[in-house]
Design a protein around this ligand. Structure first.
Ligand code: BGC
Ligand code: CA
Length: 600
């Protein structure tokens, strides 16, 4: 279904599911705060390390409802996140992106915002938020917020006012249309646009005798970005948080801010999606050129703030080159980090396509930094997408190695580091995500990737909550798949992530070196070198096949100096000897990270 929505912002749901979704001074002070010994890593911006922090960062997505409940109501909250900051620091993350925690009727679990300048009482208070930012700062962790600009909740005061009458001051904040007369005298929507969440994208409101447009649920009316007041209001909301010290934003559904002014019908592509709607192009509802003006002004705004604030975009596009305009091309004046979801959110572990993709990202983006992402709160977890049912653990290590050793900013989603599984509901009555209710059984919704974080075995809620009734159930596998158990096991997936992140920080080639592809015709094994400014070289070799493979590397032919390979990390552990001679034997789904030295 991916092809049907290739230009959609909505996430790509693979595996048979419809692509559906699918204090500023604090920041500035980080590099010099008294008592904070700067680490030799990404966050220290010095003459020796001139790059901004986000170019090397590991960003960790938190779905606040499911991370840690601190007050026993079965729902995660901000104080819960604060309680777990030590864990995140030990893991080595540079920033957390918190999915929406603003006041919301929670129809789309926070992506329907009714007040952009507050915290939903379910999640805490503004004071809790400030405390979280301060505590995170002490641990060198920046806080990024999710900013939903495409739509508000239908309970937002702006929409309540807009929906009162055509003459109300806020009416033009949203996208209204009179529609067309139907055969029986009724009003029909102006065109064939369908909501990504099912049904017509137009909702009739008798009070005003008009339809409003909603790309997502009808409780999420789209804002009218052709009205300059909307931009002013939303930028003011962003400033509110920038002034409180957030390091930037992840911009939700950012490619969909504008729709065709003429409201032309979308061409039908044939067939129906999991919600039973006709599959349409998104020519007139997604990626309209007008959006770039907004993004350039937004970038100029965040650049006024000290501390290298960052804009991350939810940018589902069909091809790598399509990401380039989102960076601002050669001008680099739009998003610093549009998400590269092209391969990471796929489901095929394929050496050739990953290689091709990394080459494209290195050559088609005007030297901008790719942001790789394998998991998020909208998609089946990579454990299940890439796993073959037999070698899932080894495959998860390959995914982690690719994510954390590529020349890219890395995005991890909570639970990915411990191999949390997708726990999709088996009965429709258990489904919480509305798209799983309307789409059942073809579309079972996104609950499976949103179940609570599995911390320990202290109680049946895996330490997530003291309340036996959590908002989504904790899967029974928490007994073995949890942070505590995996922390104690040196061979665990969690410790694999920790070691990779630590190496990425401490090794200059992995931290900031260029990439040289090796063994480029090998369809089963992906091998590349990362090379620092002084020639220091790291080799990464990932066997993406279920059979052992033997590789022979010609480092001199690739312009690399060094003759001896020294294993730094391998999976399975210790399968590959510390000092390696060619040819190199890689077990099925083996991962190998080595230094290339001149001498043994
Ligand atoms: C979010 C989804 C949400 C949708 C509508 C997406 O980008 O990731 O979870 O349902 O936007 O706001
Ligand atoms: Ca709570």
């Amino acid at each position: 279904m991916h092809t049907t929505r290739t230009r959609s912002t909505a996430s790509l749901r693979k595996l048979g599911r419809t692509l559906l979704y699918v204090g500023s001074c604090l920041l500035a002070g980080w590099t010099c705060a008294a008592g904070d010994a700067p680490r030799s890593d990404a966050r220290v911006h010095t003459a020796a390390n001139p790059d901004p922090w986000w170019k090397h960062a590991v960003i960790y997505e938190i779905y606040p409802r499911s991370f840690q409940d601190s007050n026993g109501d079965g729902i995660g909250d901000l104080n819960g996140i604060t309680q777990r900051l030590d864990y995140l620091q030990a893991l080595g993350v540079d920033a957390i992106w918190i999915a929406p925690m603003y006041p919301s009727p929670q129809v789309d679990f926070g992506y329907d915002i009714s007040d952009y300048q507050n915290v939903d009482p379910q999640y805490g208070s503004l004071a809790d938020f400030d405390h979280l930012v301060a505590q995170a700062g002490k641990r060198h962790i920046r806080v990024l917020l999710d900013m939903v600009l495409n739509h508000t909740s239908d309970q937002h005061p702006w929409f309540l006012e807009a929906a009162r009458s055509r003459d109300s001051a806020r009416h033009d904040f949203y996208c209204w249309n009179d529609g067309k007369p139907g055969p029986a005298g009724q009003r029909l929507p102006p065109n064939n646009w369908v909501s990504l969440f099912g049904g017509s994208a137009w909702q009739y409101l008798p009070a005003v005798g008009q339809f409003y447009y909603h790309m997502f649920y009808r409780q999420q009316p789209d804002l009218n970005w052709r009205n300059p007041q909307v931009e002013r209001a939303m930028f003011a909301a962003m400033r509110f948080w920038l002034d409180r010290g957030v390091a930037g934003f992840r911009l939700d559904a950012i490619t969909t801010l504008f729709e065709d002014a003429k409201l032309r019908d979308e061409p039908a592509l044939g067939g129906r999606n999991a919600q039973g709607d006709p599959i349409l192009s998104d020519l007139y509802t997604n990626n309209l050129p007008e959006v770039h003006g907004v993004i350039r002004r937004m970038r100029a705004m965040i650049d006024e703030y000290p501390g290298e604030r960052v804009l991350i975009g939810e940018t589902y596009v069909p091809k790598t080159a399509d990401l380039d305009p989102w960076y601002g091309g050669a001008l680099h004046n739009e998003l610093q980090l549009p998400m590269d979801t092209l391969v990471g959110l796929g489901s095929k572990l394929d050496a050739s396509s990953f290689r091709q993709h990394l080459i494209e990202a290195a050559t088609q983006l005007h030297d901008s930094r790719p942001l790789l992402v394998f998991d998020n709160h909208d998609n089946i977890r990579s454990w299940d997408r890439f796993g073959d049912g037999v070698h899932n653990d080894a495959i998860a290590r390959i995914v982690a190695a690719l994510l954390l050793t590529s020349r890219a900013t890395a995005l991890l989603y909570q639970g990915e580091e411990i191999g949390q599984r997708t726990a999709t509901p088996t009965r429709v009555e258990d489904v919480r995500d509305p798209i799983g209710i309307t789409g059942w059984p073809k579309e079972k919704g996104r609950d499976g990737e949103r179940t609570p974080m599995q911390w320990d075995t202290s109680n049946a809620q895996a330490g997530f909550s003291t309340n036996p009734k959590t908002w989504l159930p904790v899967p029974p596998d928490y007994r073995t798949v949890n942070v505590q158990t995996e922390s104690a096991d040196p061979q665990s997936l969690l410790n694999w992530h920790r070691r990779l992140i630590a190496l990425r920080r401490s090794n200059s080639a992995l931290h900031s070196g260029r990439t040289v592809m090796l063994d480029q015709t090998n369809a089963r094994v992906l091998t590349y070198a990362r090379v620092d400014a002084h020639g220091g070289t790291i080799i990464v070799s990932l066997n993406m096949s279920p059979r052992p493979q033997t590789i022979t590397l010609d480092a001199p032919a690739a312009g690399l100096s060094g003759t001896h390979y020294r294993t730094l990390l391998s999976s399975p552990e210790a399968i590959i000897a510390a000092a390696v001679s060619q040819p190199i034997a890689l077990p099925a789904f083996g991962a190998w990270v080595a230094a290339l030295d001149s001498r043994q």
